[in-house]
Design a protein around this ligand. Structure first.
Ligand code: NAD
Length: 498
């Protein structure tokens, strides 16, 4: 069986004392296995990154940018293979994998602008013959820990910018679908990145805890579920590291009575069921304002769902694939059953889908649940499956209060034709990323990505301008040359320009 190792100092390394199966979720079979790094392997990766750091830090930003240009080209040239690797282990359909890759590439494109992004700030004559400037220096060795649901895009949120800023990187991808992540790391070597600047260790908590506890790691970017995000943030902080930890979500769409209902249904269909609902920006709750809007939404949505096709990644006519593991399928099905037992109405039931030729795959069909209330477990917790729940309220304010009361605040959206209502909503809602008739308001690469409340621990968001700040530290230098002819005696009061 093919064993996936680690990528350290430009080479594949196999430490195979502990291994874990990697499944093809469409067939339900363990087709590969991944090595779970020991403490020593992770420490070796950190040591190699640290050794590569002095030279990489001093490489001119334009040369670092050239590596990113080449890397972008290689990602594009190898798109088919990358999408296949994503499909084999994650299960998403090739058109969805291609979208993930493209969104990732856009982060590489942004990192190509690093000479401009690192320019800093300069002030002349802050005092007599005194100049002052702020520059942004890299941190050293930094780490990324990433989830299964975007094995290419989320790592690309992190390491291109970290590396472009002059840092060296140790990535710990998800152990459930590591092959596409490993492959893109190898492409960086082909792009001309010096060995040791980028390293990937596969593994589980052992690898993560080693990264969190090693004082050579200066910063940690994490994306995953909220309980782990909180643990990562608290541990990294306690160990004196900079940390950003992005967590889970429960994204609501308000459907106003004046919304273009056909458009809202179409948009919701893709945003709720695309990628089997395994997106942190998936719209999993539709909050319908007024029974008329709710009845129309449920009727049109259940009709539209008849055309949904769930199946294997190999058939690009499918709309979405399986969920990641058998255990996760059981969890999603459990949430649906729980909602039913707590009084919700299962309008479209995807608990037992029939996928021809894939009897053992981890499939869940598109599911629509009406009459969901905020006390229900399926409403409170993140399902992370192809399940859309409808909550009925009477006013827009009631809908907004509901969203604000939820522990998560990643993304949200309003469907309306009323500009004033949309403006009020986007101004006041306690959520980090807001769409107005846009169901998946994932910011483009030159903005930054981050939720509010328990969807993000830390101050700076992922990628975009915040990433430049996250992966650098500001140094401010104030300079005077005595040769300018000015000599002063000792000053004991605070220097001012009065
Ligand atoms: P996860 O939290 O189970 O795993 C994420 C990473 O943490 C993996 O690399 C995993 O190996 C590691 N990990 C897991 N348990 C750990 C532990 N006990 N100690 C240390 N490390 C541990 O998340 P997942 O299931 O891979 O991904 C799905 C979750 O990620 C969802 O909750 C989703 O909303 C979230 N997510 C959030 C965003 C965002 O931007 N906010 C983006 C994508 C996914």
């Amino acid at each position: 069986m093919n064993t996936i190792g680690h990528f350290i100092n430009g080479e594949m390394v196999y430490d195979a004392e502990r291994k874990q199966a990697v499944y093809n979720p469409a067939t339900g079979q363990a087709e590969k296995e991944v090595a779970l790094a020991s403490v020593a392997t992770v420490e070796e990766a950190i040591a190699k990154a640290e050794a590569a750091y002095p030279a990489w830090r001093n490489t001119p930003p334009i040369k670092r940018a050239r590596v990113m240009f080449k890397f972008k080209e290689l990602l594009e040239q190898n798109a088919e293979k990358i999408c296949q690797l994503i499909g084999e282990e994650h299960g998403k359909i090739s058109h969805d994998a291609a979208g993930e890759l493209q969104r990732g590439i856009e982060n590489v494109e942004y990192a190509c602008g690093i000479p401009e992004l690192l320019k800093g700030e300069h002030s002349k004559n802050v005092g007599p013959n005194i100049d002052s400037w702020s520059e942004f220096q890299p941190l050293g060795v930094v780490a990324g820990i990433t989830p299964f649901n975007f094995p290419v895009m989320v790592p690309l949120w992190m390491f291109p910018m970290a590396i472009a800023c002059g840092n060296c990187f140790v990535l710990k991808p998800s152990e459930r679908d590591p092959s596409s992540t490993m492959f893109i790391a190898e492409l960086l070597k082909q792009a001309g990145l010096p060995d040791g600047v980028m390293n990937v260790v596969n593994g589980d908590k052992v690898a993560v805890d080693t990264l969190l506890n090693d004082e050579r790691i200066k910063a940690v970017s994490f994306v995953g579920s909220t309980p782990i995000a909180e643990y990562i943030y608290q541990t990294a902080n306690a160990n004196g590291k900079r940390c950003q930890a992005l967590g889970g979500a429960k994204n609501h769409a308000i459907v106003m009575p004046d919304a273009d209902m056909d458009n809202a249904v179409n948009q919701l269909l893709g945003a709720a069921f695309g990628s089997s609902g395994e997106r942190c920006m998936a719209l999993s709750v539709a909050v319908a304002v007024g029974d008329q809007a709710a009845d129309a939404l449920v009727a049109k949505m259940s009709e539209a769902m008849k055309g949904l096709k769930v199946g294997a990644y190999t058939d690009s006519s499918n709309d979405f694939g399986p969920v990641i593991t058998g255990a996760h399928r059981d969890k999603v099905v459990g949430y649906i059953s729980h909602a039913e037992s707590q009084g919700a109405n299962i309008v479209v039931d995807g608990r037992t889908p029939n996928v021809d030729g894939y009897p053992d795959g981890f499939f869940v069909g598109g599911t629509l649940i009406d009459q969901v209330t905020p006390e229900m477990t399926s409403y409170k917790e993140e399902i992370f499956g192809p399940v859309l729940q409808v909550v009925r309220v009477n006013t827009m304010q009631e809908a907004m209060d509901l969203i604000d009361a939820h522990e998560y605040g990643n993304g949200t959206c309003i469907f309306t034709r009323d500009g004033e209502a949309a403006r009020y909503f986007s101004d006041h809602i306690q959520v980090g990323m807001v769409g107005i008739n846009v169901p998946l308001p994932v910011p483009v690469a030159y903005h930054s990505f981050g939720g509010w409340k328990r969807s993000l621990f830390g101050d700076l968001h992922a990628y975009g301008p915040d990433a430049v700040r996250f992966y650098t530290k500001r140094k401010t230098i104030t300079q005077r040359w005595p040769s300018a002819g000015i000599r002063e005696g000792a000053q004991f009061s605070m220097p001012t320009m009065k």
